[in-house]
Write a protein that binds this ligand. Structure first.
Ligand code: AMP
Length: 218
């Protein structure tokens, strides 16, 4: 299946996990601005150095930096038949910019899928999250533990807690979401392309709901 989709939802809603399942099933690239930025930070590129201080504080990286990254990414050949945007847009300014880029490319979004999860559940999920320092694979101490404690199943790398998954930063990120990103639901509702789904339950159950709305949108 082809299509251009946005996965919207607060930190911890499962956007990354679901975007990966979508990528595997539908063979469309997953474009995660968080992953792109973390890689840039690891490699200490100029963008990475600029982004690092915002990320560690749980704040958003400036819109112009992000828009440029996404704009370049969308020009790549693998985006021709669709993609899933995970973690972008996060502000109305970014959404407007995306709209302009898509218009220039003469394409349109097929749907915006908003994953709904209650706040106390988000904190529980984020504080148990562990990430591979080497390949970026994510685990959860309770819901999705690795086979060997502290070691990545996929590449054998060391599992760490992301700097921004610490309790104080989590609170900040949730605040930022409520203030700057949640308004995008109304924004896309007004365009008639918002699809809300429940983010509770197993990853397979949530994926099933997503597949249903994706199939109904294209
Ligand atoms: P994520 O993995 O999507 O939760 O992103 C981790 C961090 O990267 C966020 O807390 C922001 O600091 C930054 N980030 C990722 N995507 C964006 C975006 N679209 N706009 C601004 N900052 C972003």
């Amino acid at each position: 299946m082809t299509g251009r989709f946005i996965l919207l939802g607060p930190p911890g809603a499962g956007k990354g996990t679901q975007a990966e399942l979508i990528r595997e099933k539908f063979h469309i690239p997953q474009i995660s601005t968080g992953d792109i930025l973390r890689k840039a930070v690891r490699e200490q590129t100029p963008v990475g150095q600029e982004a690092q201080k915002y990320m560690e504080a749980g704040q958003l990286v400036p819109d112009e930096v992000i828009v440029k990254i996404v704009q370049e990414r969308l020009q790549k050949p693998d985006c021709q038949h669709g993609y899933i945007l995970d973690g972008f847009p996060r502000t109305v300014v970014q959404a407007d910019a995306l709209g302009r880029v898509l218009k220039e490319m003469q394409v349109a979004l097929d749907g915006v899928i908003s994953i709904e999860v209650e706040e106390n559940e988000l904190v529980r999920r984020l504080s148990g999250r562990r990430t591979c320092a080497q390949c970026g694979e994510t685990y959860h101490l309770i819901f999705h533990p690795p086979q060997r404690e502290g070691i990545c199943d996929r590449c054998g790398g060391r599992l760490i807690q992301r700097e921004d998954d610490r309790e104080e930063t989590i609170k900040k990120r949730l605040e930022v979401y409520a203030q700057q990103t949640a308004p995008l639901k109304d924004y896309y509702q007004a365009q008639g392309i918002l699809r809300e789904i429940k983010g509770m339950g197993s990853r397979e159950e949530v994926f099933e709901r997503i597949c249903r709305v994706m199939k109904g949108s294209v």
